[in-house]
Write a protein that binds this ligand. Structure first.
Ligand SMILES: Cc1ncc(C[n+]2csc(CCOP(=O)(O)OP(=O)(O)O)c2C)c(N)n1
Ligand SMILES: [Mg+2]
Length: 592
């Protein structure tokens, strides 16, 4: 490799190694100190560039791509506060186990704490929120250092995508000249023609990645499998609970486990198991209405489960979490990352193992014994819940009704990104299980309402599926900058904007009765979002009722371009409908 100066050599080497490791896209943001990396990425023939003006949005966009693909999309920014703007997405990626690769440009070490312009302390900037951090040495045309650089690229990808995926941060120091200008060979910034001196591994790398890594957890050992099988075999009232997981238990393995056990499946909308062909194929119920009936008094008459097998993170549904908390029984939590993400502290056994391999091993033999009445209970409760939702939606429209419609009308396949606050809760409660390939994503690691639009558009950029984003008004406002990616990154979306003029969720809290509620919690803003149409090359439409919404939504998911469909609600009215619906379900179950 010949390069006009060491920075170019260094950056081209790093980028070519990342490409050899499978990287095919990057999110770049403008700045000077990152020039060597920006040019190396932009000029690489196999790398697609997503250019973002705002680093905060860039990082969430990369997060969205990684959520959809399981692979990191590197991020490049300049020095200073640019790097700090990655932080919210780093926190979310850390807490939800999503790969990110942060390449922050920095000054040479002697300029730190010297008052040099745009220079801040970037050492371990993201603290413990990254799986691996490396303060890169200054570029040098020296074989051992360049082999280190190639190894570092391979390691960064491996650390980010391993058993416990998450963010990796490489702080990359460059000294001028940053541009690909030629420097005399004998200058410290120059690259002597014979720098590699026959070390082809350093000079051109290898045929494929510099270091091929294999990492993975398999099934639990035989003894553990036997022990779990015994517990499942003995159970009359078992449950399979699938919590949020971007790359969790597959439908095929769930199908085998469900067939072997006969246990009902409680599938979080973010588990990837609430939707898909298995929903109709399984002999056991795939339940999605539990957020309504598990909280009801009617269910108090149910027996507790006597064993639970759990996959993924803690469920979105609070009634389900409490139901599991109050169930005095053995609860097996399968988590390949061994993350102990268990905020109710109810698991009795943690299996650090691959979800599919575990389910397949457990399903190796039939573990019959489940009581027919146990299954019937869930079938009946589901029926009651979904009938009540359909009835309510035909009479009145509320925020949850939109989620029910979005779920029912989404094309097959589709990628749905659901914002935090009420939208994800309504998706959980009103998004009915369906025989359709719907990939439902959300940012539930830290549950921020920032970066929602960017994450959704990032996910959309990584798939040919139609993309649907359902967002609240505060979340839409928070990441308005993210809308710029529609044009700059060529992503189309159907954006459903549930505008209840503030944070509708706060009505659910006792603070609702405090005099500060309106101005400091609900925070009505009165913003008219229609001008986002002109700013961000999208079509903005406000619809008045359910019929209009269903019509416009159907048109939008079938057409090109981006449509924002705004539906306005009174948050208090929507809560009243949720409460009424819950009472109806409870009454129907109690009367049964
Ligand atoms: C970055 C961030 N700031 C503040 C919060 C606290 N918070 C949780 S929900 C919410 C209101 C969200 O409003 P909106 O997006 O309109 O949804 P709605 O509550 O109306 O359903 C706020 C401010 C948060 N989760 N993340
Ligand atoms: Mg709102």
């Amino acid at each position: 490799m010949t390069a006009p100066n060491v920075n170019t050599l260094w950056a081209e080497t790093l980028v070519s190694e990342l490409a050899a490791g499978g990287v095919d896209a990057v999110c770049l943001s403008p700045g000077s100190r990152s020039t060597p990396l920006t040019i190396a990425f932009a000029e690489h023939p196999d790398i697609e560039v997503f250019s973002h003006l705002d680093e905060r949005s860039a990082a969430f966009f990369a997060l969205g791509r990684a959520r959809r693909t399981g692979e990191p999309t590197p991020l490049v920014c300049t020095s200073g506060t640019a790097a700090a703007n990655y932080h919210p997405a780093v926190i979310e990626a850390n807490q939800s186990g999503v790969p990110l690769l942060l390449l922050t440009a920095d000054r040479p070490p002697e300029l730190i704490d010297s008052g040099a312009n745009q220079t801040v302390d970037q050492e371990k900037l993201y603290g413990d929120a990254v799986r691996w951090y490396r303060d890169m040495p200054e570029p040098e045309a020296e074989p051992r250092k360049v082999r280190m650089l190639r190894t570092t690229a391979a390691r960064a990808l491996a650390e980010s995508t391993g058993n416990d995926p998450g963010p990796v941060h490489l702080n990359c120091r460059f000294r001028k000249p940053l541009e690909p200008t030629s420097v005399p060979e004998d200058d410290p910034a120059g690259v002597p023609a014979d720098w590699a001196d026959g070390d082809s591994a350093a000079e051109i790398g290898r045929d494929g990645p510099f270091v091929t890594t294999s990492e993975g957890v398999g099934a639990p050992d035989e003894q553990t499998v036997r022990r779990v099988q015994d517990a499942l075999e003995a159970a009359e009232r078992g449950l399979i609970v699938a919590g949020p997981a971007d790359q969790g238990l597959s439908a095929d393995s769930l199908e085998r486990l469900a067939a072997a056990t006969g246990f009902p499946v409680l599938a979080d909308p973010l588990s990837d198991l609430r939707f898909g062909p298995h929903v109709d194929r399984l002999d056991v119920p795939v339940c999605g209405g539990y957020d309504s009936y598990l909280g009801s008094d009617g269910v108090d008459q149910w027996d507790d489960p006597d064993v639970v097998v759990r996959f993924g993170a803690s469920p979105t549904s609070k009634p389900l979490r409490h139901y599991l908390r109050d169930a005095d029984c053995q609860q097996f939590l399968v988590d390949p990352a061994g993350g102990w993400s268990e905020a109710e502290f109810t698991a009795t056994d943690l299996l650090v193992a691959d979800p599919d391999a575990t389910a397949d091993a457990l399903a190796g033999e039939t573990l019959g014994g489940v009581a027919a009445s146990w299954q019937e209970q869930f079938i009946r409760a589901e029926q009651t819940h979904w009938d009540t939702v359909a009835e309510t939606a035909s009479e009145t429209y509320w925020e949850g009704g939109v989620l029910a419609d979005v779920t029912a009308l989404a094309p097959d396949p589709a990628t749905l990104f659901i914002s935090n606050s009420m939208p994800i809760r309504d998706m959980d409660r009103f998004g009915g299980p369906r025989d359709a390939d719907l990939t439902v994503l959300g940012n539930r690691g830290a549950s921020g309402i920032d970066g929602i639009t960017s994450t959704a558009l990032g996910a959309g950029s990584a798939t040919t599926d139609p993309l649907v984003l359902v967002t609240g008004d505060l979340a839409y406002y928070h990441d308005m900058n993210g809308l710029l990616a529609l044009g700059r990154c060529a992503v189309d979306a159907t954006v459903v904007l549930l505008n209840n003029d503030g944070g509708g969720i706060f009505h659910m809290l006792p603070i609702e009765d405090h005099p500060t509620f309106e101005n400091q919690f609900r925070t009505p803003h009165g913003l008219d979002f229609e001008p986002t149409e002109a700013l961000y090359s999208l079509e903005f439409e406000r619809v008045a009722d359910r019929r209009q919404f269903r019509e416009r939504f159907g048109d939008s998911v079938r057409s090109d371009g981006t449509q924002v469909i705004e539906v306005r609600f009174d948050a208090g009215d929507s809560h009243a409908v949720r409460d009424r619906l819950a009472e109806q379900v409870e009454k129907a179950l109690a009367d049964d």
